[in-house]
Structures are given as C-alpha cells and as structure tokens.
Design a binder for this molecule. Structure first.
Ligand code: DER
Length: 227
C-alpha cells in the first residue's frame, strides 16, 4: 500500500502528456486508476479529448463515471497515446503485464496506439523479467490441458488463475495461466514467440518493444525512463 503515493505521482505525471483532441488508450489496474482520476480532473479544467478507449470494463466504468468521454476502436482505429501500468519493467522497457487479468484488451489497445507510455512505482523495475512475477497467458478453455502441457514443456510451472475461490474468467471469456519461471526469463522474445505458437494461446502478458517510455515514481521523485 505504501506504493500508492508513487503510483499516484506516476499517474498524475502521465496525465500531463494528454493534449487536446487526442484519442487516449486507458490501461487497467491501480496505477491506471490514478491516471484516470488525474485525466478526469484535467478534462473538468478544460482539456478536450476526442475520447478514451478503456482496456477493461473496470476502467471504462471509472472513466465514464468521472466524465471522461468513452469511445471505441470501431470509431477510432488509431489511438494517439496509451497509458498503462505494468507488473515488471526491465531496462529495455520489456514488460510483464496482466496481473489484473486484462492483458488481451490492454495489448489490443497498446498495439493500436502511436505512443505507449508505462506508469509505475519503482518496485516494478527489475533487471530480468520473470524472477518475481509470472507471465500471464490468456487461453481458450477448450484447449486448457494441451496448452498447459506445452507451456510446461517450455519450462513454465503453470497455475490456473483463481479469483475469490473460483476459476478466473477474463472479459473475453478465456482462462488465464500464470506461468512462473523460477530462473527468470533469459530471452523474453524467444519465449513469447514459442508461447504464441501454441494453438489455444490467445495472448501473453509479455509486452515487448511496445513501450516508448516509462514514468516511474519512488522516494526520490518521478523519473522518465527510455530504453
Ligand atoms: O494487469 C495489468 O497489466 C496491470 O496494468 C498491472 O500490470 C499493473 O497493476 P497495478 O498498477 O495495479 O500495479
């Protein structure tokens, strides 16, 4: 919890990047929530955006309740700026995302964006992906068992995501396998490619070569990191 002031500082700094007439992609999670609140305040103060495309129903509800105009990828295929959190950020700005279970729509929104800025407290910065956080993988339920076996063959220990004692089902009606690699991930690009080839895997929480910068807050203040 002590990281919330830092998450808030990162979210507020990112809200300053939003300019008039932009289409904005909204991330999901507690840091993204601070961005959404800060963006809403800027809109109340006169900022005009064309609309925001949320990466989850949670973010959509929060944003619309705060008066942020909501739009869709059907209306706007190009997003000017996407701002989202991350679970892990390595020095090359390679990310693990998906802790909140929204990785598929987050990746859809991020890849539709001209610019993708990550916001985080400094606890998310790691030297090597995967040492402390599993890679979430979204999986078609019909394929769960064969996909599990193929992920295990890649060296993962696979945990079916639960939520409040029940199997977690994503907003896209899929399962999430949390894939742990106790030694960390030596080659994220290679692992992602192998995971993507497994039929039944919809998407992974490895966001590689996607973020142009990260706004990271900690006890020494807010800094912007570029790869
Ligand atoms: O699920 C996600 O991808 C979120 O963005 C997550 O990675 C960050 O969540 P947090 O901002 O609540 O730490």
């Amino acid at each position: 919890i002590q990281q919330d002031p830092w998450k808030q500082a990162a979210g507020e700094a990112a809200a300053q990047l939003v300019e008039n007439d932009m289409v904005i992609g909204l991330g999901t999670g507690s840091t993204a929530n601070f961005l959404i609140q800060a963006l809403a305040r800027r809109i109340q103060a006169g900022l005009h955006i064309v609309g925001a495309i949320p990466s989850s129903e949670t973010s959509k509800t929060l944003a619309s309740n705060l008066g942020i105009p909501i739009t869709t990828l059907d209306e706007h295929q190009e997003i000017d700026l996407c701002i989202d959190g991350a679970d892990e950020i390595d020095p090359q700005l390679q990310l693990i995302k998906g802790g909140g279970g929204a990785l598929l729509r987050e990746k859809i929104v991020a890849t539709a964006s001209r610019r993708f800025v990550v916001i985080a407290d400094e606890s998310k910065l790691v030297e090597r992906l995967g040492l402390h956080f599993p890679v979430p993988v979204e999986v078609i339920p019909f394929a769960a068992t064969p996909v599990r076996r193929q992920l295990e063959a890649l060296g993962a220990s696979v945990q079916l995501r639960q939520h409040e004692g029940k199997v977690f089902i994503s907003e896209n009606h899929n399962l999430i396998f949390d894939c742990s690699f106790p030694q960390g991930i030596s080659n994220p690009a290679e692992l992602d490619a192998h995971m993507q080839q497994i039929v039944g895997v919809v998407e992974t929480g490895l966001f590689l070569h996607m973020a142009q910068s990260a706004i990271v807050a900690g006890p020494t203040g807010v800094k912007t990191i570029s790869p």
